[in-house]
Each structure stands twice: as structure tokens, then as C-alpha cells.
Design a protein. Structure first.
Length: 306
């Protein structure tokens, strides 16, 4: 879904349609999207192809809470907005229900009390109406995801989506898997390439990573290129090989990238690739004093909002 947004480079509707069709035909059966992705573009593109695909051949997840680029209208976790948002998403995608309805980036909510007492109960009502089968939460701060899970008394949460927290430079999600499993959650791991950090093209300009993380990733990319190893394969395959993750969501913005990701899903790492992965972790990522950017985006948002 994020690949169809244009956030990681320009993509036409026709290309997006071709990517989704090819992916589903070749065994990809989970699609994750959101109103935020392309500010509606991702869901609109999906609406042009999903009606042509048997509904039983895929699972689809969308989100509520994050919407527009305008700072004053970017986030809205109110029940009223959520009910309207779900109907809008279903209408755009031309489907009757989503498999998973997720709270999008809950750390940006005015308070966690709103998530617990208004947002999640609204999702529960939507689930009971038949418009969603399961309820999920998403976000970057892992401790906050855990806290919401611990305190959600009236709503059954089914999945958590964590991004950039199980990848080559940051495996913090490992410390929370036991807890999430004990809750019975499906664990969705997203952005194994670090939203572009672990790619030769590099991250988009809006990426929130610190200069230290950016530099470490650039050095790792450079090293892998010099020895003829595809760092994207290392990044994706290292996540696939973690069997405690229910699934890993990977963006594919071109047909070549999609085919490469499909091949990676089938081909284990060679000895040379395993050695390269071990080297870049020890050389570039383990020395980092801080391997995440937790709090940076939220602080910037709050400053701009005020």
C-alpha cells in the first residue's frame, strides 16, 4: 500500500495496478494500506484492481487516525472521524470489509486515554458491524504499543504493526515479541529496508532518521555494493527468517523490485551473504549509541501544531 502512495518515488496508477495484480498472482496475499498513503491515492489505486481479484485470494488491512498533509488535519482519532474514514476507505477500494482495521501511528494522539476510551471502542463497533474482521494498532514506540495493549480493557486487539524496529540496524522488536505473543497478537513487521535507509537509492528527504543512523546505513550500503552483495536482500531475508514474526510488509515500487523481493522470499542467504550481514551489523550498526529516532517525529509535530 505505501508503495502506491508516491512517498518513495513517483508511481502511476497503471504501474500500481500491475504491481498488485502480479504480486497476488505470485503468492502475495497480504496488502497493507492507509488513507494517509498518498492521501487517498493508495486506496484509490487498489479500488481499480481489487474488484477484479477473487476476495478470498487476499487479506487487506487499512488504518484510521492519520489523513492529510496539513498539520491541523493530519491526525484525528475521534470516533466520528473513524466511522466516516472506514466507509470512505471501503468505498475507494470497492470492497465490503477489511480484514484488519488498524489505529495508525497512535503515538500522535492527543492522549492515550483517547485511544483507549474512544478510538479502540469505535473500532470494536466497526468490527461488530461486519466492516472489519480484526483490530490492530500501529506505531513506532514499542513501549507505547505495549502500554496500549496492557490497558485496552474493553476492546480485543488482534494485531500489532511495528515498523523499522526489526531490521538490520534496529532489532528492538525482539525485546517485545514474548509479550505480544502472550497477548495472542499477530505481529506485523514493516519496513525491513528502513524506509529506504538500507538501499542504494537512500531514504526520501522526509525520513526522520538521525545523521548517525543515516551515515551507518550509507556505509553498510557502500560496503555491500563493493563486495557484490544486495543489501536489500539481506534486509528482507533477515526478517523472513525470523519465524516469530507473523509477516513482514515490504514495499515494491517497480516490477523489478517486486520480482527481486519475491525471489528473496524463496532463496535463502548464501554463505557470502550471511558473512556480509554479520560484518555490517558488527562494523556499522552495533557501535551506534542510539539506533532509533523515537520521539523525534512526535516532538516536531507538537511544535508545528502549536
Amino acid at each position: 500500500g505505501a508503495a502506491l502512495s508516491g512517498f518513495f518515488g513517483r508511481i502511476t496508477d497503471d504501474t500500481g495496478i500491475q504491481l498488485v495484480e502480479y504480486a497476488v498472482k505470485h503468492g502475495i496475499n497480504f496488502i497493507d494500506t492507509a488513507p494517509w498513503y498518498g492521501h487517498g491515492k493508495s486506496e484509490i489505486i487498489l479500488g481499480k484492481i481489487l474488484p477484479k481479484i477473487p476476495r478470498k485470494s487476499y487479506y487487506i488491512a487499512t488504518k484510521v487516525g492519520r489523513y492529510e498533509p496539513d498539520i491541523d488535519r493530519m491526525f484525528d482519532f475521534s470516533a466520528k472521524k473513524i466511522f466516516a474514514s472506514v466507509d470512505n476507505s471501503l468505498r475507494k477500494m470497492k470492497i465490503d470489509y477489511v480484514d484488519i482495521l488498524q489505529v495508525h501511528d497512535l503515538e500522535f494522539a492527543p492522549s492515550i486515554d483517547q485511544i483507549l476510551n474512544e478510538t479502540l471502542p469505535a473500532l470494536q463497533k466497526i468490527k461488530e458491524s461486519g466492516k472489519a474482521r480484526y483490530i490492530g494498532i500501529t506505531g513506532y514506540p514499542l513501549e507505547l504499543l505495549k502500554s496500549v495493549a496492557e490497558n485496552a480493557r474493553t476492546t480485543k486487539i488482534d494485531t500489532i504493526l511495528s515498523y523499522c524496529r526489526y531490521c538490520l540496524f534496529d532489532t528492538s522488536l525482539n525485546d517485545y515479541i514474548d509479550f505480544f505473543e502472550s497477548c495472542g497478537f499477530g505481529i506485523i513487521n514493516a519496513a525491513p529496508i528502513g524506509m529506504g535507509l538500507l538501499s542504494e537509492g537512500g531514504p526520501p528527504a522526509w525520513h526522520p532518521a538521525t545523521p548517525e543512523i543515516r551515515n551507518a546505513c550509507q556505509q553498510a550500503v557502500k560496503y555491500c555494493k563493493e563486495i557484490g552483495v544486495d543489501i536489500c536482500k539481506l534486509a528482507v531475508r533477515s526478517c523472513i527468517d525470523c519465524k516469530r514474526l507473523s509477516t513482514t510488509v515490504v514495499s515494491s515500487t517497480t516490477m523489478n523490485v517486486l520480482k527481486s523481493n519475491l525471489a528473496t522470499a524463496c532463496d535463502p542467504l548464501t554463505r557470502k551473504e550471511l558473512n556480509a550481514m554479520k560484518y555490517i551489523k558488527e562494523k556499522f550498526f552495533q557501535p551506534l549509541e542510539c539506533n532509533d529516532w523515537e520521539g523525534i517525529e512526535v516532538a516536531k509535530y507538537r511544535r508545528n501544531l502549536s
